[in-house]
Design a protein around this ligand. Structure first.
Ligand code: MSP
Length: 645
């Protein structure tokens, strides 16, 4: 791993309203930047806005304001969203700022002086929407090949960059530098594009047609083509031409993150421009896929654009960041749905991570009053947990190199799940009951230690929540600035554990009651259903499918009738160190007194549901035969929270 990391996002069209796609690229860049910082590497993170061009000019004209005034207003939408999302960019560049314009002009003059730019007549097909010229053979059915809209034939004198002369060099460079364009299938896409002869690039627009741009220093009748101007932000933003020391310390960029829609501009225009300028190539241009909604591209006209602010309001910034990072495998497209968001939130964050913290905190406070105890000898269970954590740490480092952050996050969540399994297996509640203090202390220490390390690992994804988690563990007082410090962290013993606040409260979805709570409805549904086929009756599940359902023992602490519902009982149940509320349709068979104290069996990972407005966090199991119902209970003594299977 190199010791410096310079990451960029595309600079966003200032006219647009930021949506989940923009948020994704920026959060991904932020997580990469934060992780590299956490590994103690010097890091620079650049983002910004693309403010010239026809669309901005037209929008400003429509509003009757000057283009810059229009940009000054609309840029705020991006800046505000980045603040809300906790984006830690080191600089925000606007292409309308003087320092950038000066560098663009300087580069153009230099290229013109060296005959890399020349003037010629040009007839082309122009797409106003994309602000791009196309040749006749580029068009698809006579329309813009990118957006499918109508194009206009335009003949005019323009300035051209001699891009074609770099074609062979570029092909060779891509072939000999596999890390240059990632994922590899995108490199093949660019190589496919380069099979056709590469033309020169028209880099000017006559002011008669478009005035909102950077004036060509050698011809005041023209402004610079918006892409030629925009791409230069990646070097002007780190001091090219103005601060050599700064520039040399950051360039070449480690990674230009882009969406797959802007592959050609970044993997053909930009490298050839850099070559002509005389600068080294960025290490990697990584093109991620698209966020789709309902499996189609988001668009204003389809009305399926996901507004990040809505999701943040619903579940908080960190949960949104987590979802974006965990759900999309960079390189491929991902589909956004509210359901997938809530389901991932509830299972990964509320259930796995939230529960581990709440158990570790409660059990430690109960055992020691708060101080995380020193561990004793480790046995194989302890070693297994430590291995799961170590492998999460090394996997995150590997995935960082290959930009497969979703896999790194998954490895961290696997360590969390290993932590929950470890508690279930070692059963510290039983150790406490049996007075096995030495082993109890080891288990509590190791679970807290694992949680601490995973929280540091996940902090770049969920900075606020993981800081809260580390504060609960008392680790905020220790000197852990990032992943780089974990090697030095020998033990969490002596940290003062605080009571856990729910970091990720479950998101409750108003929906049909859990089946056990609605026996008659279920029966009705069964009567109405067509006769079951042999296949349906004999349906076979694999062991993995079966274990997706987490059955656990639970102890009924309290029970009361639900007012106005003669079939329902509201129970509070103990599931290990956790107390849950459950609504069950058993009131006709069990009185509250008869059910209190029983050790029952519940489906612990059932999506919570609201029954008569009361939240039910799980479902109890019962056998029902006609008018006879019996609870599934445990044959003998067994603590609550124990996994069944
Ligand atoms: N201004 C140019 C980039 C110039 S960079 C020198 C531009 N801007 S943009 O605002 O249209 O979009 C920029 C980026 O937003 C896309 O490349 C992509 O990174 C991201 N996305 C926009 N919509 C997206 C999705 N639906 N899904 C994922 N990302 C997409 O192009």
């Amino acid at each position: 791993m190199s010791e410096k990391f310079y990451v960029t996002t595309p600079i966003y069209y200032v006219n647009d309203r930021p949506h989940i796609g923009h948020a994704y690229t920026t959060v991904l860049a932020d997580v990469l930047a934060r992780t590299h910082r956490s590994l103690a590497e010097s890091t620079f993170f650049l983002t910004g806005t693309d403010e010239h061009g026809q669309k901005v000019q037209q929008a400003a004209e429509k509003r009757g304001v000057a283009p810059l005034a229009h940009c000054d207003e609309t840029v705020v939408r991006f800046q505000e969203l980045w603040t809300r999302l906790g984006i830690t960019n080191d600089y925000f560049i606007r292409t309308t700022q003087e320092s950038h314009k000066k560098i663009v002009a300087k580069i153009m003059q230099d290229l013109y002086d060296r005959d890399e730019i020349y003037k010629a007549d040009y007839t082309g097909w122009y797409c106003v929407g994309c602000e791009r010229f196309f040749t006749e053979k580029d068009l698809v059915d006579g329309k813009c090949p990118d957006c499918g809209r109508d194009v206009n034939a335009i003949t005019e004198s323009n300035y051209f960059f001699r891009m074609s002369k770099y074609q062979d060099w570029l092909i060779e460079y891509i072939k000999t530098h596999p890390e240059f364009i990632q994922p590899a299938f995108r490199a093949n896409e660019t190589l496919g594009f380069l099979k056709k002869p590469l033309g020169d690039l028209c880099i000017s627009r006559p002011k008669s047609r478009l005035s909102w741009g950077i004036e060509l220093p050698f011809d005041p009748e023209y402004v610079c083509y918006v892409w030629f101007d925009a791409l230069i932000n990646y070097i002007s933003g780190v001091g090219y031409g103005s601060d050599d020391e700064k520039f040399n310390s950051w360039w070449p960029a480690s990674c230009h993150l882009i969406g797959k829609d802007i592959l050609t501009t970044h993997t053909v225009y930009w490298p050839t421009m850099l070559k002509a300028i005389g600068l080294p190539m960025p290490q990697t241009i990584f093109a991620h896929g698209w966020w789709l909604t309902g499996n189609s591209k988001m668009s204003k006209s389809l009305g399926n654009v996901v507004n990040p602010m809505d999701m943040i309001d619903r579940a908080g910034v960190d949960a949104f960041r987590y979802f974006l990072m965990a759900e999309m495998s960079p390189g491929n497209d991902a589909n956004f749905s509210e359901e997938s968001f809530i389901s991932r939130y509830n299972s990964d964050l509320a259930n796995d991570l939230g529960n581990l913290l709440s158990r570790v905190s409660k059990l430690t406070i109960r055992a020691t009053g708060g101080e995380i105890p020193a561990p004793g000898e480790n046995n194989t269970d302890d070693q297994e947990l430590a291995q799961a954590v170590d492998s999460a740490i090394s996997s995150m480092a590997e995935c960082l190199e290959s930009y497969k952050l979703d896999q790194g996050i998954n490895a961290a969540m696997n360590a969390v799940r290993a932590g929950n399994r470890y508690l279930e297996k070692c059963a510290p509640w039983t150790l406490a009951k049996n007075g096995d203090t030495a082993r109890l202390h080891t288990v509590l220490h190791n679970a807290a230690d694992a949680l601490c390390r995973v929280a540091v690992l996940l902090a770049p994804v969920m900075p606020e929540k993981m800081a809260e988690l580390l504060a609960v563990l008392g680790a905020d007082k220790a000197n852990i600035a990032g992943i780089a410090d974990l090697k030095e962290l020998k033990s969490v013993a002596g940290f003062t554990m605080k009571e856990a606040v729910p970091l990720f409260p479950r998101i409750i979805v108003e929906e049909e009651a859990a089946p056990a709570a609605k026996p008659e409805k279920k029966v009705k549904a069964e009567k109405a259903a067509p006769a079951k086929t042999e296949e349906a009756v004999n349906v076979v599940v694999t062991i993995d499918e079966f274990f997706k359902t987490r059955l656990k023992t639970a102890k009924v602490l309290t029970a009361e009738k639900v007012e106005g519902a003669d079939k329902l009982l509201k129970l509070s149940i103990e599931v290990g160190s956790e107390t849950r509320q459950l609504v069950a349709g058993v009131a006709q068979y069990y009185s509250p007194e008869a059910i209190i104290g029983k050790t029952i069996v519940i489906v612990a990972n059932l999506k919570p549901a609201k029954i008569r407005g009361i939240e039910s966090q799980g479902m109890l199991l019962a056998a029902k035969d006609g008018n006879n119902l019996k609870l599934v209970t445990i044959d003998g003594d067994m603590p609550s929270g124990v996994s069944i299977g």
